[in-house]
Ligand binder design. Structure first.
Ligand code: NDP
Length: 299
């Protein structure tokens, strides 16, 4: 397949491109910067989509950048970088002479309301209680192909709602390693909040599985099929590094660095089941936390 990947230069995109290429697909990236094997976002509205069989969007300003203050301007950038890129691609797909076979966007499990007891799957409601849940709803709405276009008939639409992505070359995990290596790591806040996570190889694997399956559509939760709390995570990471992991990071420090709105994402959790992902036939390479962390720390 010829696959077009918006935001393909990022952490998930690089892992996905490697997997797609090793499965025999061709990858073209859409980026803000031109370069070999890339097209830019500006080219899409004027020239339309290049010939392709599948389109994926992973673009988005990094939400958890601790150096970036949580200002209205930054929140707008966080929103526009996702909503507008999804909209540009959905419109281009709708007006393509030969629409692609599949169109997939990655959003997040912040769609579901934090709870220590409720269990969510892809049919659960959400998307209406805070900035991040509304952001997911807006991203998914912007990605919808207009119903009156030919593409709405022929293009399979899918959304992967991802949990915290674990890998060595991006996301929040690398910045957590130093305190844990020094024996200064531990749970965040109470540690009782659920932390839906996924190994980056499995997130890339789920996306490739959707493209290659020919009949998978709709929402899929991109989380491992095991329920772990933040405390379980700290314990497993400490064990994988052979270090104690008992020092809790207090809530007030999290809020001081990230602001209370972003801090909520770390201090509150959700229990998310990938029911449709499993039913679709996807087989996880890393369904359990310990082996996932040991794999990531081994390269
Ligand atoms: P990255 O931050 O690594 O990269 C995403 C890409 O988005 C960048 O390479 C960049 O490409 C593009 N981008 C960044 N800022 C902007 C902007 N302001 N406007 C347009 N494009 C921009 O993200 P990940 O690979 O970690 O994540 C991929 C997607 O998955 C994101 O949408 C993210 O929200 C979502 N997700 C990620 C999670 C995680 O733990 N990593 C968890 C849940 C969801 P370029 O510079 O080439 O334009």
């Amino acid at each position: 397949m010829r696959v077009l990947v918006g935001g393909g230069t990022g952490f998930v995109g690089r892992n996905l491109a490697r997997l797609l290429k090793s499965n025999g697909h061709e990858v073209t990236v859409i980026s803000r910067k031109p370069g070999p094997g890339r097209i830019t976002w500006q080219e899409i509205p004027s020239k339309g989509l290049p010939p392709c069989d599948a389109v994926i969007n992973l673009a988005g300003e990094n939400i958890m950048n601790p150096l970036q203050r949580w200002t209205d301007k930054f929140k707008k950038e966080v929103t526009n970088s996702r909503v507008e890129t999804n909209r540009v691609l959905a419109r281009a797909i709708a007006s393509a002479e030969k629409p692609p076979e599949a169109w997939l966007v990655v959003t997040g499990i912040s769609f579901y309301a934090p709870s220590e007891t409720a269990e969510y799957d892809e049919d659960s409601t959400g998307g209406d209680f805070n900035f991040f849940s509304r952001l997911v709803r807006a991203c998914e709405a912007a990605a919808r192909i207009p119903g009156d276009s030919a593409a709405a008939e022929v293009t399979r639409e899918a959304v992967v709602r991802s949990g915290f992505v674990l890998g060595r070359e991006g996301g929040a995990f690398p910045s957590m390693l130093l305190p844990f290596r020094l024996g200064l790591g531990g749970p965040i806040g109470s540690g009782c909040q659920y932390l839906p996570w996924i190994h980056v190889a499995d997130l890339a694997g789920i996306i490739a599985h959707v493209l290659e399956s020919k009949n998978v559509t709709g929402i899929l939760n991109g989380v491992a099929p095991s329920f772990d709390t933040n405390k379980d995570f700290a314990r497993a990471l400490g064990a994988a590094l052979n270090r104690p992991a008992l020092l809790p990071l207090p809530a007030f420090m999290v809020n001081a660095v990230f602001g209370s709105e972003r801090g909520e994402m770390l201090l509150e959790g959700v229990k998310v089941l990938p029911r449709r992902t499993l039913e679709s036939g996807y087989r996880y390479a890393f369904p359990e936390l310990g082996p996932a962390l040991r794999d990531i720390l081994s390269y």
